[in-house]
Design a protein around this ligand. Structure first.
Ligand code: BGC
Length: 743
């Protein structure tokens, strides 16, 4: 595309060294000065592919095709700035189809639009380029968090960006930075777990991976952190239902992962579709402008969630009509509306400006942010790169990375009498819903929104049962595939030495993913109970997006391997772990509740420990945050802390020595916590402050070094200020504790 506007005024200039990623100077303000009101509003509008595709909304031609008439209307009449996704009710497209559709959109835009401002295509590439056939599907975010490996997570997001941009889509609605502190929530699996520090570290890694050093490169995309703010903590546990979160807790728990992403340069943010403290976030200037921009310093693009301006009217009932809803959202600070199924937003916003109710200057600030994002992505120069530069799309290399991530996520929660790994010659019976299924390993956002359309599966990806057979040979693996009823299943199971039950949740996200009961579905409980009567050791493999309650079922098992939603290579990784080819090293990124009514996080306050007999024993999760076993044994030998006091500008060094005392090589995650015994805000009994992984050969030891600063111990005080209060805090690693004096 020819760049029409070159000048030396304020603008965006990024020079890149990567092939095909040169960028010229885009004088954004000069461009805005030439734009009509309608063109500005068009930039603020994002429509779904369904609006410009053949067929009717939510009932498109399959596979999707552009409708040239509709495309002409969208560009010539509405000057649209952005398109998203695959069309409601539709699924993944081939890479070739993607590229052809995206090319056609750009060509028509170039032909029809007066100013040649590139259209930006946005997509939900949630665990890989999940809407492109043949792409690599990685573990869902909750599994990535369980790796506690930021370098690995960065690589996964970089590969995901690569495959996303290969399709001509330079904007990814990822990562999800909501905290998973409400286990019922249907999008628990899309998060980096429940902990502020772990999620913030993962957020940084994700943004680095997605955007790289230069988002204009052919291999990176603009990230969109979502959903700002507090979306993941609905009181009822149901998606998009009210959250009540005081200002202090918003800043202490929910804001930090976003703050970390902003620090890393996240280019866009999506707004929470729900309401906090009675106010829908899409109409809340205190959050969208006050907190996000003024307090947290975000300068990128704020996009609405799906149809969320309409929702102010027909879901939240805070607007009398759509025009008022548009006004509220724009006044609150929204830059772009994911409208996404019609152009009512454009017409109504134009009316509001003509009536003088919203100023054109207000629109300019949003348009400026949008154009800067497009310029930083290099879209004024190259809207889509040649397909020959994407040899790694769906490659062995990315498949291996997906395997590596799935393997690193596997979290061994129970291993009585070393039931795992399987011993030589042992025969195993494998059953349960996830044993033969790929979609139960992938969850939602897999080829379709809900991920439950099995017709999209690759033939070459292996289920848990197939992978076990692959590793052990057919004679050592029995399964339930041919068992017509429970009786024949038990007969078959009786022929084995050990039984692997692959438990699962139905794929689902957002409102369709809501559940009423966190307990493991009854049929799966009954399956394990029936098998337990055989007296053979049972191993549970939990392919869950959220911690389904397994308290009674767990008692019937000798081994529990928690697999999260491990993606397309999950079957292979699980089988590799069960057979001892890999040594599990994942650690829980959330606190696993024991019962469906007892949600207490590890970073609770002392009051949450008071039991009915008034002893401090009420905190008794099924499995603690950070838990995870290994096939070898680790021992924490020493913790040495460099000084007793910590003031402004000082740092304290903590050295931790770890030994592998077992007989297998393995990886340990050292978790450094602290406790503030007295604070102006009731302190948590324990908070994660740092972590690192270390791989050790048998009978060897290693030392990890952590450097901490005073501000690492900051809390958000009553005046909403982040400060490290003076006084003693206790550092804690494993069984070691050490006090330091903050002054
Ligand atoms: C979801 C977002 C997603 C958007 C676009 C919404 O319903 O909440 O996470 O990015 O749809 O698909």
């Amino acid at each position: 595309m020819n760049l029409k506007f070159l000048s030396l005024n304020i603008g965006v200039m990024l020079l890149s060294v990567e092939a095909g990623a040169q960028q010229r100077f885009v004088d954004v303000d000069a461009l805005i000065a030439r734009m009509s009101l309608e063109e500005k509003i068009g930039q603020m509008t994002q429509i779904d592919l369904g609006v410009i595709a053949r067929g009717s909304i939510c009932n498109l031609e399959k596979p999707q095709n552009l409708d040239s008439q509709k495309l002409t209307t969208a560009i010539s009449m509405y000057h649209i700035g952005s398109v998203l996704n695959v069309g409601c009710g539709s699924g993944a497209m081939s890479l070739e189809r993607w590229r052809s559709i995206v090319r056609q959109i750009h060509r028509e835009n170039q032909r029809l639009s007066r100013l040649n401002i590139p259209i930006i295509y946005g997509i939900d590439a949630i665990h890989g380029a999940n809407y492109t056939l043949g792409s690599t599907l990685f573990p869902q975010q909750i599994g990535l968090a369980a790796t506690w490996d930021t370098a690995l997570v960065r690589k996964v997001f970089a590969a995901s960006a690569y495959e996303t941009r290969a399709a001509g889509t330079p904007w990814n609605f990822s990562p999800v930075l909501d905290l998973a502190r409400q286990p019922l929530w249907s999008r628990f699996f899309e998060t980096f777990g429940a902990d502020v520090h772990l999620s913030s570290s993962m957020a940084t890694a994700a943004i680095k991976g997605l955007q790289g050093d230069n988002p204009a490169s052919p291999y990176h995309v603009a990230a969109c952190m979502k959903h700002f703010l507090g979306y993941g903590f609905p009181l009822s546990g149901k998606d998009r239902t009210p959250a009540w979160i005081p200002d202090r807790e918003l800043r202490a728990y929910f804001a930090p992962p976003f703050q970390a992403a902003i620090k890393q340069g996240a280019m866009s943010v999506m707004i929470n579709s729900g309401a906090i403290n009675g106010i829908p976030v899409h109409a809340n200037a205190d959050i969208m402008s006050g907190l996000l921009r003024r307090e947290m310093g975000f300068e990128g693009v704020a996009i609405s969630d799906w149809e969320d301006i309409q929702k102010l009217l027909n879901v939240h009932h805070v607007a009398a009509d759509l025009k008022d809803a548009v006004r509220m959202s724009i006044e609150a600070g929204l830059d772009m509306s994911m409208t996404p199924n019609d152009f009512a937003f454009c017409d109504l916003l134009a009316e509001l400006v003509r009536e003088g109710r919203i100023s054109e200057r207000r629109l300019d600030s949003s348009v400026r942010r949008i154009l800067i994002m497009k310029a930083r992505l290099g879209l004024f120069d190259t809207t889509i790169f040649g397909d020959e530069i994407y040899p790694d799309f769906g490659s062995e290399k990315h498949k291996n990375l997906s395997f590596e991530a799935a393997a690193a996520s596997l979290t061994l929660l129970k291993n009585n009498a070393d039931v795992l790994p399987l011993k030589n010659k042992e025969r195993v019976f494998v059953c349960g819903p996830a044993a033969h299924s790929m979609h139960l390993l992938n969850g939602a956002w897999s080829r379709t929104w809900q991920g439950n359309d099995t017709s999209f599966h690759h033939d070459n990806r292996k289920t848990i049962a197939a992978s076990l057979r692959n590793y052990l040979g057919p004679e050592r693996v029995l399964d339930d595939a041919a068992c017509a009823d429970r009786k024949s299943l038990l007969r078959m199971a009786a022929k084995s030495d050990k039984i692997v039950v692959c438990l699962a949740e139905d794929p689902g996200t957002e409102i369709p993913g809501n559940i009423d009961d966190l307990n493991l579905p009854r049929a799966q409980q009954e399956l394990v109970t029936a098998l337990s009567k055989l007296g053979k050791p049972i191993i549970l493999v939990c392919c869950f997006g959220r911690p389904r309650i397994i308290h009674e079922t767990a008692k019937q098992a000798e081994g529990i391997l928690y697999a999260y939603l491990p993606g397309d290579e999950g079957g292979r990784a699980i089988a590799a772990c069960i057979t001892g080819r890999i040594n599990p090293s994942g650690r829980l990124p959330f606190t696993y509740p024991r019962t469906a009514n007892e949600f207490v996080n590890y970073d609770h306050t002392a009051s949450e420990e008071i039991h009915t007999d008034f002893s401090n024993t009420a905190y008794r999760p099924e499995f603690d945050f950070g838990a995870g076993l290994s096939y070898t044994r680790f021992r924490c030998d020493t913790m040495v802390v460099s000084q007793e006091a910590l003031g402004d500008g000082d740092s304290v060094e903590v050295r931790v020595q770890i030994s592998n005392t077992g007989n297998k090589s393995g990886t340990e995650t050292v978790q450094l916590y602290y406790r503030d015994p007295v604070a102006s805000i009731t302190p948590a009994v324990k908070k994660l402050i740092a972590f690192r992984k270390i791989s050790l050969e048998p009978q060897t030891r290693g030392t990890l070094r952590f450097v901490l600063y005073k501000e690492d111990f900051a809390l958000v005080n009553r005046n909403l200020k982040k400060i490290a209060e003076p006084g003693i805090i206790t550092l804690q690693v494993d069984r070691f504790k050490h006090d330091i004096n903050i002054h």
